[in-house]
Design a protein around this ligand. Structure first.
Ligand SMILES: Cc1cc2nc3c(=O)[nH]c(=O)nc-3n(C[C@H](O)[C@H](O)[C@H](O)COP(=O)(O)O)c2cc1C
Length: 189
């Protein structure tokens, strides 16, 4: 069965990202067409990128990189849960993405963003990054507004239609994740 990571892309104390990530995971886990796992960047503390060689070489020298690589390699697809920080994604998520290369390739991805205005600008930046990593990012996305999907900007209470948006995005991620399977088969030497 397709394995999908729901990656919580913020680590700030008091973050809204955890509630959003849990909402995504809880709803996704009701599906029978894929397996979902919550991956919290807090559980994979990475320093600012400190590998000597670019990730695309696959030469990972440090234990924290290898642990992160092993986790990310175990999935067929990803749902990135991203805040919008200064019209982009979070530094901690971008850093975690930059640590790896081949582990992301030929996988599918979808996005759930949140911010004052829904976080869509964070997703636009992530889409550029996905292209370089050879990740197929789906069109459907979930944008959660701190004004209408949270109470007092901090208590997550998603509007009813957001579940439909999430379902539409997951449908696409699973379809593309399945379609890309032939590319992920180990290649003959
Ligand atoms: C450094 C910083 C920059 C932010 N910039 C934006 C922004 O450009 N646009 C926006 O809609 N919200 C912005 N926000 C609001 C965040 O999206 C909001 O606080 C969100 O809850 C942050 O995610 P987190 O709570 O999981 O850390 C910013 C917040 C921070 C901390």
């Amino acid at each position: 069965m397709l394995k999908v990571a729901v990656i919580i892309g913020s680590t700030r104390p008091g973050r809204n990202g955890e509630a959003v990530g849990r909402w995504v995971h809880d709803l996704a886990a009701e599906r029978a067409d894929a397996e979902f796992e919550l991956v919290d960047l807090k559980d994979y503390p990475l320093p600012h990128l400190d590998e000597a060689m670019p990730a695309a070489t696959g030469r990972y020298g440090l234990p924290h990189t290898r642990k992160w690589a092993e986790k990310i390699a175990s999935f067929d697809a990803y749902v990135f849960v991203t805040p919008e920080y200064n019209h982009s994604t979070s530094g901690v998520l971008k850093n975690a993405i930059d640590f790896l290369y081949a582990e992301w390739n030929d996988k599918a991805a979808g996005f759930v963003s949140y911010g004052v205005g829904g976080g869509g600008r964070a997703v636009e930046h992530l889409r550029l990054v996905m292209g370089e990593l050879q990740v197929a990012d789906v069109r459907a996305q979930v944008e959660l507004s701190l004004v209408t999907d949270f109470e007092n900007f901090s208590v997550f209470q998603p509007a009813a239609q957001q579940e439909d948006a999430l379902t539409a995005m997951l449908d696409q991620v699973i379809a593309w994740g399945e379609a890309l399977r032939p590319l992920r088969r180990p290649r003959a030497a």
